[in-house]
Each structure stands twice: as C-alpha cells, then as structure tokens.
Design a protein around this ligand. Structure first.
Ligand code: COA
Length: 330
C-alpha cells in the first residue's frame, strides 16, 4: 500500500484578535449568541502586512525547518485555499519562489473549500506515487486562508463565523500497511455556501447555515465509518480525530452519533473560528506545539464545506526525520 505520513507541522496566525464583543460593535450580535451556537469566542484577521501568501510562506518555512529534510527532497507543493492573493500565480507557486523550492515538481493550488486540505493530501500522494522519485519522497502541503477579505461585515449570519490563518505539513510517501492510510473524497454540487470571485463587488461568502449544519452532521460520521471500514480500524485505534473546525455543535453531534470518546476530538475553533482550508493544518500545528502528537499515532482528518465537498484521510504521524544525532531537527 502506497501511503503518506506526516513528518512535521508549522502554522502562522495574524496578530489581530477579533473577539465576539468586537463583532458586536460591528453587527447586531453578542458573545452569548455566537458562542452558544458555534463554540467560537474569537478569530484572527490579517492586518495590512499579511496575506494568504505571506502566511502560507511562513507556515511552510516552519514546517520545513522542523522536518529534518532538505528542501531539495520536496517532490510536490500543494496549497489548499479559496482566498489566494491572485487568481494566478497560485499561492503554491509564490511559496515555491520565496522558499526557493525545486522547480521540476508539480506546484499548484487545490480549491475544495474547507475539504481542500484533505483533497490536497490525497492528490499529493497520487502525484508522489506517479513520480516515483526516490530522491524526492516528500511533499509540502499547506492550507492558507484570508477569509476576512471575503466577509460581508453587515451580514451577521456569516461574518461572525470565519477567521484567517495558515498551517503546513511536510509529508513522506512510501510503502506502509493497509491500516496506515485511507482516503474518502466526494462532492455533491450543492450551492449552500457560495462566494463570487475575489475582486467582484459581491465577493462575499453567503451561506444557508441550517442546510450546511444538516449536511455536516451526516457526512462526518459517514466519512469516519468509511475510513474505518477501509483500514479495518476501530475507534480505539485512532489517536486523534481532527475535524474541520467550523462549529463545536457539529463536532458534539458527531461524537454523540458515533458514541465516541470526546477527548479524542481536537478542537480549537474557540480562538480561531472557521478558517476553511487552513483549519485542519492549523489544528495539527497547535497539537504539535502542545506535544499532543507523537510518532506512530494514527490521525483521522475530516473536512467538509462548500461544493458541497467532503474529505477524510486516515494517516500516521511519523515525526521529524532524524538521520543521525548531529542532524537533529531544529
Ligand atoms: N447574532 C445574533 N443573531 C443572529 C446571528 C448572529 N451572529 N446570526 C443569525 N442570527 C439570527 C437570525 O437572523 C435568526 O433570527 P430570526 O429568527 O429573527 O430570523 C436567528 O438568529 C436564527 O437564525 P438561524 O440561521 O436559524 O440560526 P441557527 O440556529 O441555524 O444558527 C448557524 C446559525 C450559522 C450558527 C448554524 O446554522 C450553523 O452552525 N450552521 C453550519 C455553518 C457552518 O458550519 N458553516 C461552515 C461550513 S464549512
């Protein structure tokens, strides 16, 4: 079985913290309303000096530094985003240039909204398998979003939900057990979440919240069950469930419907809000920083979002590459 595992993580958050009380000075809302329905207390918005590209570059630099590999060994660079700085070049190409990454490898953005990071992981696995380059078995997979530029700050239904940030992982591809990797990707063509392109006057996220909620609480347990079937794993074989951090109530539903152990479901939407394609790698970055990840752990990553799309990945955290004692990762 050709698998991928995570070697390292990195993440970046904008400095500007926007609390629910700050939001209530902009639209008719309250901390009580937002927190009780979403589990969100605050989010980060980029300032003048940051963008989807600059955050992606910084997160990628951190992931590379702690991976223990050389950038010459990177065989693919993918970025999950719906809010890149330009329609073209892609965020991925701009990161490639800034970090002086190899040129003869696939480098592109993947837009599957909040499922984008899971789509990017499976795409990277397929590209690394196709390239079959023993010198370059690693991939740099980033999620970055500057959603604040796509928010209608007069629409309380949406503007309180989203935030900015970026996370990145270095993955390694190679042979592994059938219980170490599986993916489930899908889409149904629905328009419950809609956002016209950047630059248009109406370039704002619009959403049918109730429809999305119903979709999410159905698709997340279904992805989890399918990944378990594919890999022959049970709940206790999974160390961490890292769901897209849209809403605490959605995760509560999933835990209840699977009768699962809540403690294995990581949550950080409270201080980040919904960061779309960046949400899962941001969660992984924070988990790593808190020493919640250790080599050999099995992780289940589940995204859902506009499209409507869904994506689930079961993979292992392998930890940084350590070739000899003098080459310990930074
Ligand atoms: N503050 C105060 N009131 C608000 C509000 C806010 N920020 N946003 C909406 N309301 C109001 C509505 O106007 C409505 O008022 P009305 O009854 O007078 O018309 C009322 O609250 C109920 O609105 P409704 O949309 O039915 O709320 P809800 O209970 O469905 O909760 C969401 C709204 C968005 C929190 C919920 O639908 C949800 O979490 N959906 C999933 C969204 C999601 O995760 N999206 C991302 C997917 S990637």
């Amino acid at each position: 079985m050709y698998t991928i595992s995570i070697r390292s993580t990195g993440y970046v958050l904008p400095e500007k913290i926007i609390t629910n009380d700050d939001m209530s000075s902009i639209v008719d809302t309250s901390d009580e309303w937002i927190y009780s329905r979403t589990g969100i207390h605050s989010r980060r918005f980029v300032g003048e000096e940051q963008s989807a590209v600059s955050m992606a570059t910084e997160a990628a630099r951190k992931a590379l530094l702690s991976s223990g590999i050389s950038k010459e060994e990177i065989g693919v660079v993918l970025v999950a985003t719906l809010s890149g700085d330009y329609a073209t070049p892609s965020v991925a190409c701009m990161v490639q240039q800034s970090l002086d990454l190899p040129k003869d490898i696939p480098v592109m953005d993947v837009n599957a909204a909040c499922s984008g990071f899971c789509y990017a992981l499976e795409t990277a696995r397929a590209l690394l398998l196709a390239a079959n380059d023993k010198q370059r078995p690693y991939g740099l997979i980033i999620g970055t979003e500057e959603l604040s530029k796509l928010l209608d700050m007069t629409d309380r239904n949406t503007c309180v939900l989203f935030g900015d940030g970026a996370g990145a992982v270095v993955i390694e591809a190679g042979e592994g057990d059938a219980s170490d990797y599986a993916s489930v990707l899908g889409a149904d063509g629905g328009d419950a979440i809609l956002c016209p392109g950047v630059g248009r006057e109406d370039a704002h996220i619009k959403m049918n919240g109730k429809e999305v909620f119903r979709f999410a609480v159905k698709i997340l347990p279904s992805c989890i069950r399918k990944l378990q079937e594919k890999t022959g794993t049970r709940e206790e074989d999974i160390d961490w469930f890292v769901c897209h951090q849209a809403n605490a109530r959605i995760i509560d539903h999933v835990v209840r419907s699977l009768k699962a152990n809540d403690a294995r479901f990581f949550r950080n939407m409270e201080h980040l809000g919904n960061t779309s394609g960046a949400s899962i790698p941001l969660a992984l970055g924070e988990m790593d920083e808190k020493h919640l990840l250790s080599p050999g752990q099995r992780l289940m990553l589940i995204g859902f979002g506009s499209g409507l799309t869904w994506g689930g990945i079961l993979l292992k955290y392998a930890g940084p590459v350590c070739r000899n004692e003098r080459e310990l990762p930074i």
